[in-house]
Design a protein. Structure first.
Length: 326
């Protein structure tokens, strides 16, 4: 199987969590799932490398590993804004010129900014650091209130857990919604959060995951996507007012009930387009979007493509277009 080569570029002291965001998504073999990625770690200076939590890890590859990469991930950088070695910046620029996808998690955005890869582009980082990033790099359009920003060739995420959201988003882009959902399910995570969702920045900090006030409703609604599910119907099911329900969605999911429901319906439509030969109008009906015209409109607005083009790219009969393995 040809595999897409993902290389994480680490630096002391390395945050284990940001690195784990990438390694768990791109480097973990899961029973029953094909493994389309090959994952490795490199550093400017191979050898023992300190972490932020008091232990060292051994990195055996140097910057030459980037020459074989299809995707390079910078999983955080400490301290943020510190000068990045010239050889690291040169290696990242060279990789970008070769059309390698360059990804930053959390404070890794500072590295991409120093390399000039974010000039004139939207980017994000941890909400505590967005002001610092904007001040240090005025040519970067810093988005302080999103989970991640993906330009195709360059992508950045907000802090910590948003790195997982970005990595799963990249898997969806590479291999479709059904495969990415299977990966998320194995990680016991929600299948998808849009990059435009808000970062959890304002105190008091909202829950990091859905609690018992929403979880049963989400499960109930997700199994009834083909039915009319108005805000009033959802609120009635939850036993609260529409205003209270909307507030809970905002606090726990960073989105509105309507936008969450549309996302679920589009996810279900994507899976049906990938795994079945159902006509587009039948897909639209099954996911509660009423008609092929309505499905096409939302596909175009949210995904920038059509259901037919999506099926041609990610349908089960597609040929593998990934690069050779390590």
């Amino acid at each position: 199987m040809n595999r897409h080569r993902v290389v994480a570029l680490v630096n002391p002291p390395q945050s284990p969590f940001e690195l784990a965001c990438a390694s768990e998504v791109f480097g973990t073999v899961r029973p029953g799932l094909a493994m389309p990625y090959a994952f490795r770690v490199c550093a400017a200076r191979p050898g023992p490398l300190a972490t932020t939590v008091g232990y060292s890890m051994l990195v055996d590859a140097g910057l030459d590993a980037l020459e074989e990469a299809d995707t390079v991930i910078v999983p955080g950088w400490q301290p943020p804004g510190a000068p990045v070695p010239a050889e690291v910046l040169a290696a990242l620029r060279a990789a970008h010129r070769r059309a390698v996808r360059i990804v930053a998690i959390c404070t890794g955005a500072f590295v991409l900014a120093q390399a000039g890869l974010l000039d004139g582009r939207r980017a994000t980082t941890h909400w505590r650091r967005t002001g610092e990033l904007a001040a240090a790099f005025p040519e970067v359009q810093v988005a302080a209130d999103v989970l991640y920003v993906d330009h195709g060739d360059v992508a950045t995420s907000a802090g910590s857990g948003a790195g997982i959201d970005l990595c799963l988003h990249l898997v969806r882009s590479d291999h479709g919604a059904a495969y990415a959902t299977a990966v998320a399910r194995s990680m016991v995570l929600p299948p998808h959060r849009e990059g435009s969702q808000l970062q959890y920045a304002a105190p008091p900090a909202p829950p990091a995951r859905v609690d018992e006030s929403l979880a049963p409703l989400l499960e109930w609604a997700a199994t009834r996507l083909d039915r009319p599910l108005t805000l009033g119907r959802l609120a009635e099911r939850a036993g609260v007012s529409s205003r209270t329900l909307a507030r809970r969605f905002g606090e726990q999911l960073g989105t509105s009930p309507g936008q969450w429901l549309l996302g679920q319906r589009l996810d279900a439509a994507r899976a049906l387009l990938e795994l079945t030969d159902l006509p587009v109008d039948a897909v639209a009906t099954r996911v509660g979007l009423s008609s092929a015209v309505n499905l096409r409109r939302h596909f175009r607005a949210v995904l920038g493509t059509t259901p037919g083009a999506y099926r041609r790219t990610f349908g089960t009969g597609r040929t593998d277009r990934t690069n050779s393995a390590f």
